[in-house]
Write a protein that binds this ligand. Structure first.
Ligand SMILES: Nc1ncnc2c1ncn2[C@@H]1O[C@H](COP(=O)(O)OP(=O)(O)O)[C@@H](O)[C@H]1O
Ligand SMILES: Cc1cn([C@H]2C[C@H](O)[C@@H](COP(=O)(O)OP(=O)(O)O)O2)c(=O)[nH]c1=O
Length: 189
């Protein structure tokens, strides 16, 4: 079972993943970008803001995704795999091509493998603004509130369009409330 946790920067993914590690001790935890050996190098390049071309940046993430599917997802089909981000981020953050083309490119990278369950943590603009003000931002986060809210809308549109099991959770709920919703969703309750 391939489960992904999605959301824009600061939505609370890492916080919930730490709790999931306790609640699902037998699951395999992974992430995009950077879940493989090659991926750690691609992640440093993509997040370091080295690419001048937005297309080049997108292809770094796609290369990471292709390696991740091959090495982690395909090799652990019989286990619960929980990933921090996925092709949903890939499609939503690469906003220079239309959605259908991006879905097609991403399905090439994933060999047509889709997540079985997607959890999206959803932020309001004011909560996003507050959370970004509390931390040091990387090159993508520095693009700002409006940019990230637009990405979040694209995430929702993508999830609905590709027709997978999903839950949208208000990211400003209490940490324990979100934890419970995620656990129930994964357990099919
Ligand atoms: N439900 C929540 N309510 C309030 N603050 C939260 C909540 N979940 C996470 N945070 C805080 O928001 C910030 C970003 O959370 P984090 O888990 O690092 O997000 P992400 O991994 O999605 O970037 C952290 O300071 C974290 O403590
Ligand atoms: C997976 C993926 C992530 N991204 C972006 C989203 C994030 O800004 C960044 C990944 O960072 P992430 O690992 O989520 O960062 P943090 O540790 O700061 O929470 O890369 C893309 O632009 N395209 C992609 O395909």
């Amino acid at each position: 079972m391939y489960v992904v946790i999605e959301g824009i920067d600061t939505a609370g993914k890492s916080t919930q993943l730490e709790l999931l590690k306790k609640n699902f001790p037998n699951a395999i935890f992974t992430k995009e970008p950077g879940g493989t050996l090659l991926g750690t190098k691609l992640r440093a390049m993509a997040l370091g803001g080295e690419a001048k071309s937005q297309l080049a940046e997108m292809f770094l993430f796609l290369a990471d995704r292709a390696e991740h599917i091959e090495e982690i997802i395909k090799n652990n089909k019989d286990k619960i795999v929980i990933s921090d981000r996925s092709m949903i981020s890939g499609i939503a953050y690469a906003n220079q091509l239309n959605l259908n083309k991006l879905i097609e490119l991403n399905l090439i990278a994933t060999q047509n493998i889709l997540p079985d369950y997607v959890i999206l943590l959803e932020l309001t603009p004011s909560e996003l603004k507050f959370r970004l003000s509390q931390k040091e931002n990387d090159s993508i986060e520095l693009r700002g509130i409006e940019y990230l809210i637009n990405i979040q809308n694209r995430m929702k549109e993508t999830i609905q369009k590709i027709g997978i099991n999903y839950i949208f959770i208000d990211a400003s709920l209490k940490i324990e409330e979100i934890e419970k919703k995620i656990e129930d969703f994964i357990n099919g309750k």
